[in-house]
Every structure is written in C-alpha cells, then in structure tokens.
Design a protein around this ligand. Structure first.
Ligand code: CA
Length: 408
C-alpha cells in the first residue's frame, strides 16, 4: 500500500511538471515575508524533534539539516495546486519523454556504462534498457536530478499537511538518511516534492532500495551513476520484475481479431496472429493483455506483469508506456508506426468522471470517480463494450460516454 501511495503522489508530481521531476522550483522572490507563518513553521520543526530523536536522529544531524531553514517555500505550495496536466494525452507525453535526442543520449550512455550495466543486470535480472529508460525519464540520465533542497521542500509539504502525514514521515526518513551519512544536508537535493537525485526516489524508497554499488560506503543516488543505476534496478527487482519477459511488446493484430479475448497467455496471442512490430518472436509463455491507449486504430501493445512493476514506480499509464517504449528504442527497436488519434475529441476529467459514474451504476466500475484513466476504468470500459457488442478496445471516448448516457 505504501508503494501505491508513493506512486500516486509521484504521478501527480510527474503530471504537474510534465517532463518528469527534473525542473526546479522557481525562487520565491515574489513572496512577501510573513512573520506569523515563519513562526508557525519554526514551531512545526521544533515539534518534530522528539519524533526525530525517537528514530535515532541525533541533535547535531537535526540542527545541521535545518540550518538556515526558517520559513516554508511558498513556491512549493503553489506547485501542489497546479496539477492540471493529468488528462494530457499519452502521445503528447511520449513526444517529450521519448524524443530523438533522449534516444541518442541514452544509447551513448549505454555504451559508456556498459560494464557497470552488465554487472547490475547480473545481480538484479533487470535489463539495462529498462534501467536506462527510468534514468532517462526521471533525471535525463542524471543531468537533472533537481536543485531544490530536499529538507526544506519536505518540511514545507509536511507542515501544510499536503497528503496528510505522508510528507512528515518522508521528512523523518530524509533525516534518517542524513544521520546515516549517505549524503550531506546541502547536497541532498531533488524535485519540489521531495523526489531525490538521479533516481528521483522519495526518502522512504531510498531507505528500502538504494544501493551502494560502487562500494565507497555511501548510497549516493545524487553523484554516483553506479549507485543510481543499481538502485533503480534493485527497486524494480524488489517490486517483482520478471526477467523472462519484457515490460510489454508493441504489436500488430491480424484482420478480424477478436478483441473480447484481450487477456491470455503469450502463446495464445501468437497462435491468433499477433506479431511484434520489431519482427521479434513473442516469448513462448507468460500472461499478457492487450493495451490500446489510443483505441483500436492506434498503436497496440501486449503488456505483461512487468508493466505493473513500471507503474509501481509511477502509476501513470503514460509514464509506464514512455519508460517501456524508450527502453525498446534504446535497444534498437522501431518507432511506433500506427497513428495516434491526435485530432479526435477526447474526454476531459469531467467526462471521465461521468463515464466512471455511469459504469459504476451498471456495476462495472468499483473505483473512485477520480477522472483518471487507468487499468480499472479500462477493464470496466471493456466489459461494457463487450456487453453492448462494441469494439472492445477499452478506450474511453466522448462517443462511448454519449452512447452510455443515451441508454439509462
Ligand atoms: Ca556508493
């Protein structure tokens, strides 16, 4: 559950910042001094001391962590309300996340770091292309791990009780990292929402999954490429990465394909004429399901359980598809040839919520009416399409909402 909560927050952050978590918060030059707010912030920090002490964080570590931090960062609080990008189409996200420049940069990094990646693959079973893709999407291959001081960012979010007590716990975890001496307070930097360094780990993820791969005694996801890459791989391994399968496969379907049988073994899909667009052979076995993020006319994928592992790093489907497709491109795979429905009308958040409510009223959808397209809504849409004899692509469109609304 904690993983899911972290991932949900990461999704908000990702979609708020559009290009991942690499951009820095603007300096809060416009903010006026607010003495009452500053006093309240200092009280919050003082109240944190006993909890920090209980976790074994010494006075010296605590004082060093908060040295020079006497006020919240209003720029960060402004960011928490700017999350309007959730409904951004997947194809727009892919343009930025899997650009030609990023593919070229990733391939050169793969060559430069080949021996390190070989060693990490051997230890974790996670392929280098996936590791590199995460590294690329999260921090542009380490070039932009964020410049926001993590302690002040987390303290700001914690005091504001953004997401309840989550950021207070992350702040205590960050102090634990400082206590262990993995990084100095002034070098502990990341995104406005506390995702740190080249891997963009929240402190709780760092404590569980960061790895000292270069053997210098410090888990350094800020300055050590080997530590950052191995930490990504170690995290994916612990989430259950299956080394026998890819994240998924870009495929084509034969004419007349029966979309109502969208979940099956890979061997079954092969028998039914599904083919990889890169000409490779699908694995002989493994559970998979069809994913048509632009409907039946757009690019089509067979996704495996590893897709859910990618989504655990960040719950957005767009994010997961970007990581998977970037990995394929880094490995030499082709671009997606099928056209995205870029000009077609799309459901906005309110439309998606209306669809969720309509499907819930028909006992097909049990999740929140949160206006987010994800696996639960996809499944409900498919069940409805199958029931109504429509093309079962799981793709939520204005036409589908109109169809459903006309049939109370
Ligand atoms: Ca190290």
């Amino acid at each position: 559950m904690r993983v899911l909560i972290r991932a949900a927050i990461a999704t908000c952050i990702l979609l708020a910042t559009e290009a991942g978590a690499q951009d820095a918060v603007r300096p809060s030059t416009a903010a006026k001094p607010d003495m009452a707010a500053d006093a309240s912030f200092r009280s919050f920090i003082d109240a944190l001391r006993p909890d920090a002490e209980a976790r074994g964080i010494g006075v010296a570590t605590f004082d060093a962590a908060f040295r020079g931090i006497s006020s919240p960062d209003p720029g960060i609080l402004a960011r928490t309300t700017a999350q309007g990008e959730f409904g951004r189409p997947v194809w727009e996200y892919l343009v930025g996340a899997v650009s030609i420049g990023r593919i070229a940069k990733g391939r050169s990094q793969a060559a430069r770091l080949s021996s390190t990646l070989t060693a990490i693959e051997a230890r974790t079973g996670v392929p280098r292309w996936i590791i590199l893709a995460f590294w690329g999407v999260e921090s542009d291959f380490g070039a932009s791990g964020g410049t926001v001081p993590t302690i002040r960012a987390l303290a700001t979010l914690a005091q504001a009780r953004f997401r309840g007590t989550l950021f207070r716990n992350e702040l205590l975890d960050a102090l634990t990292i400082l206590q262990r001496g993995d990084i100095a307070p002034e070098a502990m930097k990341g995104s406005w929402a506390g995702a740190m360094g080249q891997t963009q780990f929240l402190p709780s993820t760092f404590l569980k999954h960061a790895v000292d791969f270069d053997g210098d005694g410090h888990r350094d996801i800020w300055r050590s490429e080997a530590d950052a890459l191995a930490s990504i791989a170690s995290y994916l391994q612990s989430l259950g990465w299956n080394r026998d399968l890819s994240w998924g496969y870009a495929v084509t379907l034969p004419g007349g394909f029966d979309l109502t049988r969208y979940r099956a073994d890979l061997s079954d899909f092969t028998k039914r004429g599904v083919r990889r667009i890169d000409g490779g052979t699908l694995p002989a076995s493994g559970a998979a399901s069809l994913f048509l993020p632009g409907g039946s006319g757009g690019p089509i994928f067979l996704i495996t359980d590893n897709f859910e592992v990618v989504r655990a790093y960040n719950t957005s489907d767009s994010y997961a598809l970007a990581v998977g497709h970037l990995a394929d491109r880094l490995a030499g795979g082709p671009a997606l040839a099928a056209p995205w429905p870029t000009g077609a009308p799309r459901l906005d958040k309110a439309g998606l919520q209306a669809l969720q409510k309509g499907l819930a009223a028909r006992d097909l959808y049990a999740g929140d009416a949160d206006g987010r397209a994800g696996p639960k809504l996809r499944e409900a849409v498919r069940q409805y399409q199958i029931r109504e004899g429509l093309v079962a692509d799981g793709y939520a469109t204005p036409n589908l909402l109109e169809y459903l609304t006309a049939r109370p």
